[in-house]
Design a protein around this ligand. Structure first.
Ligand SMILES: *[C@@H]1O[C@H](CO)[C@@H](O)[C@H](O)[C@H]1NC(C)=O
Length: 256
C-alpha cells in the first residue's frame, strides 16, 4: 500500500514537473509547441496588453496575429467579454447614482465598436493587418450599414429609461453626421441628447484631447457624467473624468 502511494506521488511530481516545463519562459519551444495555432500564446498576450493599455499607438495588428485577432473579435468570447462589461455597468447603475432628476445626469457612449460594429468593414479590409485607409473607411460609414452591438443596445435604452441624458461622443468627422444618425436610427437607437462629432478644428487634436474637451463642455454646463462606455482608452482617459468608465474589447485598431 505504502509503495503504491509512493509510486503515485512520484508520478504526480513528474506530471507537475512536465506541466511546469511548458511555462518556463527560457524554454524556446513554449511559443511554438501548440499544434493548432503556433502563435496563440504570443498573440493572446499581445491582445490582452492592448486591452490593458500597455501596448499603445499600434498602426496595424502584427501580421502573425491577424488571424488570432480575427478569431477573437468574431468569437463568442468577444461577445461574452463585452456582455460581462455591460453587466458590470448595470450593477454599477443599480447602486451608484443619486439621480437628481434635474436633467443634468449624463452618460457618454462611443459610437464605433461601442454602439455599432465596424467588424463587417474590417472583415473585407485585412482585419487590422492593414493600415486603416480613412477614405475607404469613411465611404463605408456613409453607407450606414453598421450593425448594432446587442449588448450595448439594451444598456443604452436602460440608461435612457432611467432619465439619464445620453451623449454620443465620436471621433467620426462632422461631415459624417447624417449617415451616422441614419445608421444609428436604422438599427434602433433613438432618444440621445446630443451627437458630438469632430469638427475641422478638432481633427488636429488627439482623440483623447478632443473627447476630454467635449466632457469639459458638458461639465461646464452643469452635467454630472456618471459613466462612459467606450472601446478605446482615448475615450475614457483625460480630464475631466467621468465617475466611472467601462472599456469594451477592441484590438483591431488604436485611436491615440
Ligand atoms: C484608399 O482607398 C481608396 C478608396 O477605396 C483608394 O482609392 C486608395 O487607393 C486607397 N489608398 C491606399 C493607400 O491604399
Amino acid at each position: 500500500m505504502a509503495r503504491e502511494t509512493l509510486l503515485l506521488l512520484a508520478l504526480a511530481c513528474l506530471c507537475i514537473g512536465l506541466a511546469a516545463a511548458d511555462w518556463n519562459i527560457l524554454n524556446p519551444k513554449w511559443r511554438f509547441d501548440a499544434k493548432q495555432d503556433p502563435w496563440k500564446n504570443y498573440c493572446e498576450s499581445w491582445r490582452i496588453n492592448v486591452e490593458l493599455n500597455n501596448i499603445r499607438d499600434f498602426e496595424v495588428v502584427p501580421q502573425e496575429c491577424v488571424d488570432h485577432i480575427k478569431k477573437y473579435m468574431t468569437s463568442s468570447q468577444y461577445t461574452a467579454d463585452s456582455e460581462r462589461a455591460i453587466e458590470e455597468v448595470t450593477l454599477y447603475l443599480s447602486k451608484c447614482c443619486t439621480l437628481k432628476g434635474d436633467g443634468k445626469d449624463a452618460w457618454i457612449f462611443d459610437v464605433d465598436d461601442t454602439l455599432i460594429s465596424t467588424i463587417p468593414y474590417f472583415k473585407k479590409h485585412g482585419f487590422g493587418g492593414e493600415k486603416v485607409n480613412s477614405s475607404s473607411f469613411e465611404a463605408w460609414m456613409k453607407d450606414s450599414k453598421a450593425p448594432a452591438l446587442d449588448h450595448t443596445f439594451k444598456l443604452f435604452h436602460q440608461i435612457k429609461d432611467k432619465g439619464i441624458k445620453i451623449f454620443l461622443v465620436s471621433s467620426r468627422k462632422e461631415t459624417l453626421r447624417s449617415p451616422t444618425v441614419d445608421n444609428l436610427i436604422k438599427v434602433g437607437y433613438h432618444g440621445w441628447s446630443s451627437l458630438i462629432l469632430r469638427g475641422l478644428d478638432d481633427e488636429y487634436m488627439h482623440v483623447e484631447q478632443y473627447k476630454s474637451q467635449a466632457r469639459k463642455k458638458l461639465v461646464d454646463q452643469g452635467y454630472r457624467i456618471w459613466g462612459i462606455v467606450g472601446d478605446q482608452w482615448s475615450s475614457i482617459k483625460g480630464l475631466p473624468e467621468a465617475k466611472r468608465t467601462f472599456k469594451l474589447p477592441n484590438s483591431i485598431y488604436y485611436l491615440p
